[in-house]
Design a protein around this ligand. Sequence first.
Ligand code: WT7
Length: 633
Amino acid sequence: MTLQIKSLEQYNDVYKRSIEDPEGFWAEQGETFKWRKKWDKTLEWDFRKPDIKWFLGGKLNITENCLDRHLETRGDQVAIIWEPNNPDAPVKKYTYKELHAEVCKAANGLKAMGIGKGDRVCFYMPMVPELAIGILACARVGAIHSVVFAGFSATALADRIKDATCKVVICSDYNNRGAKNIPVKTVVDEAMTMGCDSIETVLVHRNTGGVVEWNSDLDQWWHEVIDNQSTDCEAEEMDAEDMLFILYTSGSTGKPKGVVHTCGGYMVYTTFSFKNVFQYNDGDIYWCTADIGWITGHSYIVYGPLAAGATTIMFEGIPTYPDAGRFWQVCEKHKVNQFYTAPTAIRALMAKGDQYVEGHDLSDLKTLGSVGEPINEEAWSWYNKKIGKGNCPIVDTWWQTETGGILITPLPNITDTKPCYASYPMPGIQPVLLDSDGNLVEGNNVEGLLAVKFPWPSMLRTTYGDHQRCKNTYFAMFDNHYFTGDGARRDEDGRYRIIGRVDDVINVSGHRMGTAEVENAINEHPNVVESAVVGYPHDIKGQGIYAYVIINQVVEDVDAFRKEVIKVVRREIGPIAKPDIIQIVSGLPKTRSGKIMRRILRKVASSDTSNLGDVSTLLNPEVVQEIIDNALV
Ligand code: WT7
């Protein structure tokens, strides 16, 4: 049984032990799983390369731990509750036995398509059960899944398929999302015209049943390939360090990179963190509202909960459909005990008014979670009072795609909670604050750059196809440390407060975006000469996107031009990256070496121009006043 910490005293003991003897501690956690062959060595690491290996020589299949292992003890317990977009449509429930059978069928289907160990399979699907079934089927046959959030554009999808040279892309016909019916396959069809030569099959799941174009060279129906397969499929034996999945995420430079997670350590850490952070107990109903297109869905809808034998809800819809009471209606309907969502959703629902909460019975809630961005005090208090009725601890969980699991968080009813604070490190996690020269910032009541000085089982191992990039991005900034890209403060009691990114990454509604990526998209517009993108404070989204653009000819209709720019961004990345504000400028403030002074642009975008610092050393100081005078905030 996974260790579940029950008291503050125990947390302190376990934490101490996990730091003094990390290998012993994680070996004990590893023991609770089903291994085909036990590992020979618990850990080998060198951050300088980086080379990180956990449970070396161990053989397993993660789906035997998420499914087979539970069949005897909880075969008839519900594993996944699927709540549809339309509140009146039927709920689907899969017991562990049923889920096992569905995953085996899909795994046999993948094999029939020629997919096996090490092959890459892309998913471009809405939140339907077949997405969870499909990724587990990949894991069953040893294929590596790469889920692309279904809100990304065809260009973004094609980039990711090409980077991972996927053999198959699995999609739906359409996506029911709020009042919309989004054509999913059309986007895949478009991506297929963009040089995705590695794709042999497009496997289409019939979701809404709408009409789709059919390309008989590539396309096959999910039901035709999978429905008649056997419900038994021997799981492929995987090495603990074999790749489990790739998930693309944005950084401060270049195209998104494929973060790689491996089988053994990821399983151990997501299970351990799930059981402890949510204090999940048998019989509880747990709901994480994320999309499986992001790491939160991978770790805390699918792998962590299923490996822990939990009942996990998968929600197809959006928080505001049919109205802003949907989350609370679903909590009431399924008697949810642990609820995990993003601050942006909380802020949006808070803004709609309390009447959408009132009248819903939320008395089964025990723990509330928050993830993805800093949760401001107002949203925290509303969540605490209106949803938790003052007696559900809020776990403000800090982590990243790269960390695989939650690293800093309160433990409900064990450690205290404080608004805006992700609080304390999980067992096995050794965070440090560093100054920009890499010196350790010691003591409490201090601020610095957040890094981690010792490996944990679910950390990224590489970035797909480009190990050097992994090294440069995370391990080169500070010698022998993993650098997170976040700044943080440590309060008088050692709690961490995440301040936000210190690099050119912005967080819009919990979606992570590189400003360079958005700029590259904007620059595709034929009238744009150059652009600079920064984040600015946004009431609902946390950060909004402010774009400064230089154009090559006078535009008559500025509004029409802005719409075109937005269209280009939607085409290149997707609607989540569209700028909120576009300001046309005659120049961008540049240093003598030609670097854009983003600091100035950030200040203007935040209407905080009182202290711009010395601008006289700029190549073009005169442009600063113009930008301020024409600012759109
Ligand atoms: C970045 C990682 C981890 C799942 C979702 C996001 C920010 C994440 C918090 C939090 C303040 C947070 C950080 C981090 N972030 N959680 N509780 N408080 N900031 O994963 O897309 O990889 O983004 O999200 O800036 O670096 P991601």
